[in-house]
Design a binder for this molecule. Structure first.
Ligand code: NAD
Length: 318
């Protein structure tokens, strides 16, 4: 199958690209390397490397998106600027990439007659909706520009399905972690930050009191969700699913679990709470289990062990 992975040089994208190559697909990557890297696509087995092509380009450019979608059966749209704090610092760029870029990809997919678009949404769309666990049909108001861009993507997907008869599947990722997630920079996610601090014997900083909780999800589960979203029998239209484990852990618990996996761990320190963060997050995964046959095969602890091993090996491509 010919497929396109936008953001394929990023964390989730590069894990997905490997899985697609492993099962024999021909994979085109579109990425501008804003936050992804060529290293993430390095050391792919020569047998499958022949089936990988990379377009260095920006989803904000419509022609580039058209070129990327030509001849493709499925689009896995992962490219975006992630991070709530980044979006609060610079809402314009997050808006341009995440909204305008996504509309370009949806339009290009329509023009190319793509069979299905699977795209990355986010648990952040639940915003200030307080109930737990989060059920797909019940969302609140977004708490950050990032969340608003992801919600807008979903609205556009609704429109594209009703106006043009397309089939689109939005995956609301809940705190995905694993190999190739960057620990660097001010916008790094919590698990690679904690791991890097623990391995270099430094105190990790926990934002706020650490009692905020998340449904941490190993990346292999997100990859599985993408593959199933592309192949499952679904009626034409727009479908949205939570991608998670269905459990939640506080940041304090997360740090304690990781500390138990390393020699002489350093105690964390607490910094100020971050604006725009939701307090608690936990998914109901009934819909994706029933409709797509998804199973979170790797639980959080096993995922943390694998991620730690990868960082210990010097973050080589796994
Ligand atoms: N990691 C998570 O926990 C999580 C949670 C919810 C949603 N998501 C979403 O999943 C997707 C993948 O996230 P990730 O964690 O792998 O992040 P990432 O930053 O590692 O990957 C994003 C990729 O998109 C590329 N990109 C950014 N702007 C681009 C542009 N203008 N044109 C082309 N490529 C561009 C980057 O270079 C990078 O390779 C994103 O849409 C993100 O919003 C991630």
């Amino acid at each position: 199958m010919n497929v396109l992975v936008t953001g394929g040089a990023g964390f989730i994208g590069s894990n997905l690209v490997r899985a697609l190559l492993d099962r024999g697909d021909a994979v085109r990557v579109l990425d501008n390397f804003a936050t992804g890297s060529r290293t993430n696509l390095a050391e792919i087995h020569p047998v499958s490397a022949d089936r990988l092509s990379v377009i260095e380009g920006d989803i904000r450019d419509q022609e580039t998106c058209r070129d990327a979608c030509r001849g493709v059966e499925v689009v896995y749209h992962q490219a975006a600027l992630g991070s709530v704090p980044r979006s609060i610092e610079d809402p314009s760029t997050t808006d341009a990439v995440n909204i305008h870029g996504t509309v370009n990809i949806f339009s290009a997919a329509r023009e190319a007659g793509v069979r299905r678009v699977v795209y990355a949404s986010s648990s952040s769309v639940y915003g200030d909706e307080p109930s737990l666990p989060k059920v797909e049909g019940r969302i609140g108001r977004p708490l950050s520009p990032y969340a608003l861009t992801k919600l807008t993507n979903e609205r556009y997907a609704d429109l594209f399905s009703s106006l043009y008869g397309m089939t689109l599947v939005g995956l609301r990722y809940f705190n995905i972690f694993g190999p190739r997630q960057s620990p660097d920079g001010p916008y790094a996610a919590v698990i690679p930050r904690f791991i890097q601090a623990l391995l270099s014997k430094e105190a990790a900083t926990i934002n706020g009191d650490g009692e905020q909780s998340r449904d941490f999800t190993y990346v292999a589960n997100a990859v599985q969700a993408n593959l199933k979203a592309a192949s499952a029998e679904l009626p034409a239209g727009h479908h949205v699913f939570n991608v998670a484990c269905g459990e939640r852990f506080t940041l304090n618990e997360l740090h304690r679990i990781l500390s138990g996996m390393v020699e002489s761990p350093v105690l964390p320190v607490h910094g100020p709470a971050r604006p725009g963060d939701v307090r608690h997050s936990q998914a109901d995964i009934t819909a994706i289990q029933e409709r797509l046959g998804y199973l979170p095969e790797t639980d959080m602890e096993e995922g943390l062990r694998r991620t730690l091993d990868w960082f210990r090996m010097g973050s080589r491509p796994a």
